[in-house]
Design a protein around this ligand. Structure first.
Ligand code: SF4
Length: 260
């Protein structure tokens, strides 16, 4: 409880190896295909040279492209996955983000914490959970003996920031979820902690209120999953820190039971 903010537990964050930082060069989106200028009139002397045929421009949101991309996501390694996220245009959030935020931490972590989407600070810095909510998450991790980047991976359901931090749209979640699914396949965590209503409901495919999802161990594709409040919510509702502590104890006990 002390570590959860009942003392000034802010501390220098331990430098961590950022998965995002391992991407040396993000994949650049394909250059648009430029059609040859239209001829307004037949040339005086018809040139024998054959004209290049305009190529169809495949929109990232086109159904065929989505199916292909989704198929590939399931086969990507970390480098390809992070590059794909950084250059992703699968939904309209690509137009307004500063940069995508894939996630950060130990690629073989036992603990996986999943939030909703990047905020303004995350969008600027390219790392999930920075700023005040990030400091509180660090305190939450410390409360159960964890630290960012040490046996912990942190990610969001959405990898790009919704404008003005509005709620994610269903089509944005549908477009982005394959990235998180691939991250989970690569990490193979022992336990997932869903931070907040949106992450919990998205992962469990339910609209059950978070208050009813807390206090029990769910399963996401066979992986135990515990639900608790998002740190940003806790900043607005500090009295609920006691409930988060209960959730952390449940998560810690569940992890211990998996190791015995
Ligand atoms: S939110 Fe996800 S699907 Fe949408 S552009 Fe960003 S990375 Fe792509």
């Amino acid at each position: 409880m002390q570590v959860l903010g009942l003392w000034p537990a802010w501390r220098l964050r331990t430098p961590v190896e950022s998965i995002a930082q391992t991407v040396e060069q993000p994949i650049q989106p394909a250059a648009p295909v430029v059609a040859p200028p239209a001829q307004l009139a037949p040339p005086a002397r018809p040139a024998p040279t054959p004209q290049p045929q305009p190529q169809p421009v495949i929109q990232a949101s086109a159904p065929v492209a989505q199916v292909d991309h989704q198929h590939h996501i399931g086969e990507m390694d970390w480098t390809a996955l992070n590059a794909a996220i950084q250059s992703c245009t699968r939904c309209d959030l690509a137009k307004s983000r500063t940069q995508a935020v894939p996630g950060i931490g130990d690629p073989h972590a036992e603990w996986l914490f999943i939030g909703e989407a990047p905020g303004a600070n995350e969008d600027r810095q390219g790392e999930p959970f920075v700023g005040d909510a990030g400091k509180l998450l660090d305190a939450i991790l410390a409360a159960i003996g964890l630290a960012r980047g040490k046996n912990v991976f942190i990610a969001n359901v959405l990898k790009s920031r919704p404008p003005a931090n509005r709620d994610p749209k269903p089509e944005e979640v549908a477009a982005c979820l394959p990235y998180l699914e691939r991250q989970i396949e690569l990490i193979q965590p022992k336990l997932i902690v869903a931070l907040g209503r949106f992450a919990a409901q998205s992962l469990l495919a339910t609209d059950t209120p978070i208050g009813k999802l807390r206090g029990q161990v769910h399963r996401y594709r066979g992986v135990p999953l515990v639900v608790t409040y998002h740190p940003a919510y806790l900043l607005r509702n500090p009295l609920d820190k006691a409930k988060v502590w209960e959730d952390l104890v449940l998560a810690r006990d569940t992890m211990q039971s998996l190791k015995t």
